[in-house]
Design a protein. Structure first.
Length: 276
């Protein structure tokens, strides 16, 4: 067991370094089409992991339907020629997803089909709705900087929560969901996110005041931690430690984007205010 742990640590560190380099270079310098493609691939892979988790708790979702719907939502969001709000595209795709499940009522247990449609709808809102904001963010002016700004706040929150939790953690935050998380760690992570948000205000020259940086940092940090807890709850109910194994030493796609997905709509609408 000790040998396995000693091998796992370098693997996790190497994976983190690669992910950080790829994320920063991709967000700032990759062509918009490449960003859309990567976001769509992440959405489809995350949909696969989400379906597996839901099946473990008895909510059978159609993998092909969810993967197709979230992938389509992200790709359609990348069509910069449409002068419509993101929500319009997302509602249309979500409606098609629900309609595609209605014929199953003719020959299958209605209760099971209702659970299937509900599971797919939750997956679409969790992945399709959130990740499809990435193309809209990077498509506008300083949108890439805003996206990187938000990712740095999330990373600072995760790091702060870990450090403060290790040093000062005494009281469990949500023992039934994630026993290792503490109230002290959550507060430390939130404070870290807010402080980094104010610091990045000067680094990125976003054109906002300090109060906006404080509010955005507080919101992004808090929402990121909620997203982390939500995915931890889903894994706890499903009885698994990681959502997948696609990233060496890190788990699955959901394990890496759980703190980010719920933050993306916030970043989009805030960035639109200051880019316009």
């Amino acid at each position: 067991m000790e040998k396995a742990s000693s091998v796992l640590v370098p693997t996790r560190v190497a994976s983190w370094v690669v992910l950080i380099v790829l994320t920063i270079s991709g967000v700032m310098y990759a062509p918009a089409l490449a960003v859309v493609g990567v976001a769509a691939c992440c959405a489809v892979l995350a949909a696969f992991e989400f379906c597996n988790l839901m099946r473990r708790i008895g909510w059978n979702a159609r993998l092909w339907a969810l993967a197709f719907s979230v992938g389509t939502a992200v790709i359609m969001s990348g069509h910069s020629g449409w002068d419509i709000v993101p929500e319009a595209v997302l509602v249309g795709v979500a409606v098609l997803l629900v309609i595609s499940g209605l014929p199953y009522f003719l020959w299958t247990n209605p209760a099971q089909i209702a659970k299937m449609i509900l599971a797919e709808s939750m997956g679409f809102l969790y992945l399709g709705f959130t990740l499809s904001h990435i193309p809209w963010i990077v498509d506008d002016g300083d949108g890439r900087i805003w996206l990187l700004y938000g990712l740095i706040i999330v990373a600072a929150t995760d790091t702060g929560a870990y450090v403060f939790g290790r040093l000062f953690g005494r009281r469990p935050l949500a023992p039934a969901i994630s026993p290792s998380k503490t109230i002290e760690g959550a507060i430390g992570g939130w404070v870290s996110g807010v402080c980094v948000s104010v610091l990045m205000l000067k680094v990125f020259s976003l054109g906002t005041g300090i109060w906006v940086a404080l509010c955005v940092g507080a919101a992004v940090s808090a929402i990121g931690q909620i997203g982390d807890l939500a995915e931890s709850k889903l894994k706890r109910v499903a009885g698994v430690k990681d959502s997948g194994r696609i990233i060496p030493g890190q788990g699955g796609i959901l394990d890496r984007i759980d703190s980010v997905v719920l933050v993306l709509p916030v970043l989009y609408h805030v960035s639109k205010v200051y880019i316009s």
